[in-house]
Ligand binder design. Structure first.
Ligand SMILES: Nc1ncnc2c1ncn2[C@@H]1O[C@H](COP(=O)(O)OP(=O)(O)O)[C@@H](O)[C@H]1O
Ligand SMILES: CC(C)(COP(=O)(O)O)[C@@H](O)C(=O)NCCC(=O)O
Ligand SMILES: [K+]
Length: 256
């Protein structure tokens, strides 16, 4: 039973087709499309695929985008299911004041992270970093309780905010430097250090809270850009959201 996993963020739709809806399934095909190009999926990338039997996704991009995605999915005889963050799922409990208001991408990535962590040995505290349009940094304790997390602007939003709020900051992308000596490097390094510093702070908070060094996983379209500049040891796992969607699918398939 083939399984299509979809992750719709504020910049891009990412998708992955698996041969089965279970952890460890074989990846048959995958891709990404900017939101402005969603209309190309049905007659483009997706037209080549075998019809999925089950479509499960997370979406934070709003209802108009959701309708456009669902329109493309009409090439197949399948109704997509969208994950809603809940108070508990797949071994994770949700400490958010209003669990359903937590971005479903954050929830699904944490489920993927928790599963990966348990697969690697004994339970430990875990920090989950997602570097997309926005950046999120989540804290999960040893027992699998999501304690809370932070949201900050991603690289692009930080730069655009500075460009629009000043007269002299319209410059090309620079390099990350310890001690930047030009405007381009100062901006690029500033954004990178803001994210790395936020992760360090959350890692410290969680270590303090749990009395043990957390594991840190990082994902998202711009994760690879951040990886060389992290001050905490962080494993880059591109597939964290898809891993989470597979885990949720596996668990939902099991008879109660
Ligand atoms: N090939 C790429 N095309 C566009 N953006 C990319 C690419 N690789 C990395 N990025 C960066 O990743 C960010 C988007 O990541 P993504 O995880 O798709 O975000 P979202 O989940 O919010 O849609 C962009 O802001 C951009 O900085
Ligand atoms: C924080 C987010 C904007 C991140 O979106 P992304 O960068 O993945 O496009 C998204 O998860 C969201 O809209 N969350 C809802 C609010 C919350 O999680 O508290
Ligand atoms: K995302």
């Amino acid at each position: 039973m083939s399984f299509l996993a979809i992750d719709v963020g504020n910049t891009r739709l990412k998708w992955a087709l698996y041969d089965e809806p279970r952890v460890g399934a074989r990846l048959l095909a995958h891709g990404a499309q900017f939101l402005e190009n969603i209309e190309k999926l049905g007659e483009g990338d997706w037209s080549q695929l075998p019809a999925p039997r089950w479509v499960l996704g997370c979406i934070v991009a709003g209802d108009a985008v959701k309708r456009r995605v669902e329109e493309q999915l009409e090439i197949w005889d399948v109704t997509p299911q969208w994950v809603v963050s809940s108070s508990a799922e797949a071994g994770l409990s949700n400490g958010y004041d209003h669990p359903a208001r937590l971005g479903s991408d954050r929830w699904v990535a944490m489920i993927g992270a928790r599963q990966r962590l348990l697969g690697q040995g004994r339970p430990r505290p875990c920090v989950v970093v997602m570097v997309g349009t926005a950046v999120t940094v989540e804290a999960i304790d040893t027992d699998g309780r999501f304690l809370g997390g932070i949201i900050l602007p991603g690289h692009g939003i930080m730069l655009r905010a500075l460009e629009s709020g000043t007269a002299g900051l319209h410059v090309p992308t620079g390099e990350v430097r310890d001690f930047p000596t030009n405007t381009s490097d100062a901006l690029t390094s500033g954004g990178t250090f803001a994210i790395a510093g936020a992760v360090q702070r959350m890692w410290d908070n969680l270590r303090q809270h749990c009395g043990e060094e957390p594991v840190c996983y990082m994902t998202g379209g711009a994760g690879w850009k951040m990886a060389p500049s992290m001050s905490t040891r962080c494993e880059l796992v591109e597939s964290l959201i898809f891993d989470g969607l597979l885990e949720i699918a596996s668990q939902r398939l099991q008879p109660a």
